[in-house]
Design a protein around this ligand. Structure first.
Ligand SMILES: Cc1cc2nc3c(=O)[nH]c(=O)nc-3n(C[C@H](O)[C@H](O)[C@H](O)COP(=O)(O)O)c2cc1C
Length: 318
């Protein structure tokens, strides 16, 4: 069996493997290193960092839901200055790429943090988490408005030539409109999708289960929403897509590749089994090799082709 190539490019970012570890779901990788082979990870996306330190939301911040979880962490982080001075140097020796993630509450916040983060050698690319409220527009979420998203991307773009991944919110009527604006504003790749808004209520206490009332739903519950979003966005833009939302197995990841994702991101699944990313990579190699597919890129978006003939299965089983 020929070993298929799993390498992907997101703009000028070259990854040996097509698997990113989702922001807020993998720490800096240190917590996972005793259990997982980080050299088999494409990239780790760090927890989103903001201009000022944030304590995050009041507890409880996490709720278990059927096939997923609701979180309202509230972007807890030490702020960009502390991060640059005390944290980032620790990640220099990771055997995979490190992607910084920027969150903000104004366009200027994004530019400020992006510029500082991207200037560091440890950072190979920057992801913009646009699922944040804009204080200048009564808390409207940047990612829910195409022109606001474009403003953030343009401002961040002006600060760096490193690859910019814009992580889109699914909490919109037409995600393709936001995707197009992000592309036009200079994004090198799109993350599709961030969490879906949700709420859970404690019927004994007659209170929301999250102190923040609402939160972001992640895990397998959102996978079909995410696969459709990837499929639609792939028709609308030319830049590569990092598909995410409920990926737990190689079959899940394949759905995203076939829908049009060049790479995938694994978030919530890491909380239950740190070996899932490595297993997905190994099983992806086997899947492609058995079908004589030389490179992962050959199957990207192939679910779009009407009446396509799948690659001949040439394994020895069945
Ligand atoms: C506990 C938790 C914290 C998260 N924190 C962030 C964050 O700081 N920035 C961000 O862009 N996404 C954050 N996410 C979203 C994930 O990175 C991912 O995009 C989303 O959960 C969908 O993928 P999944 O279903 O595989 O988790 C967080 C998700 C969870 C569950």
């Amino acid at each position: 069996m020929v070993r298929p190539s799993l390498a992907v490019r997101l703009g000028s970012l070259e990854l040996a493997y097509p698997t990113l570890m989702g922001s807020g779901c993998y720490g800096s990788g240190a917590e996972y290193a005793p259990f997982a082979d980080l050299s088999k990870v494409g990239a780790i996306v760090l927890k989103s960092v903001t201009r000022a330190p944030r304590l995050g939301n009041a507890m409880p911040r996490l709720v278990h839901t059927p096939a997923g979880m609701l979180n309202a962490i509230g972007l807890q982080n030490p702020g960009i200055d502390w991060y640059l001075e005390r944290e980032l140097h620790k990640y220099a020796d990771r055997p995979c790429k490190i992607i910084g993630s920027v969150a903000g509450f104004s366009v200027d916040d994004y530019a400020f943090v992006c510029e500082r983060l991207a200037a560091r050698d440890e950072i190979a690319a920057v992801e913009l988490n646009v699922s944040c409220p804009n204080v200048d527009r009564e808390g409207a979420t940047f990612g829910c408005d195409a022109s606001l998203t474009a403003s953030v991307v343009r401002a961040a773009r002006a600060t760096t030539t490193k690859p910019l991944i814009v992580k889109l919110s699914p909490n919109v009527t037409d995600i393709t409109a936001v995707a197009r604006e992000a592309e036009d504003a200079g994004a090198d790749a799109l993350g599709v999708i961030n969490t879906v808004r949700g709420m859970a209520i404690d019927v004994e206490r007659w209170k929301p289960r999250l102190a923040n009332i609402s939160g972001g739903l992640s895990g397998p519950a959102i996978r079909p929403i995410a696969v459709l979003a990837v499929y639609e966005v792939a028709q609308a833009v030319k830049i590569p897509i990092v598909g995410q939302g409920g990926i737990e197995t190689v079959t899940d990841a394949l759905e995203f590749f076939l829908a049009g994702a060049a790479a995938v991101s694994i978030g919530t699944a890491n909380f239950t089994d740190p070996r899932i990313p490595q297993r997905i990579v190994e099983e992806l190699e086997t899947y492609l090799a058995r079908r004589n597919v030389a490179s992962l890129s050959e199957i990207v978006g192939k679910a779009n082709v009407a009446f396509s003939t799948p690659h001949q299965y040439e394994g020895d089983e069945g």
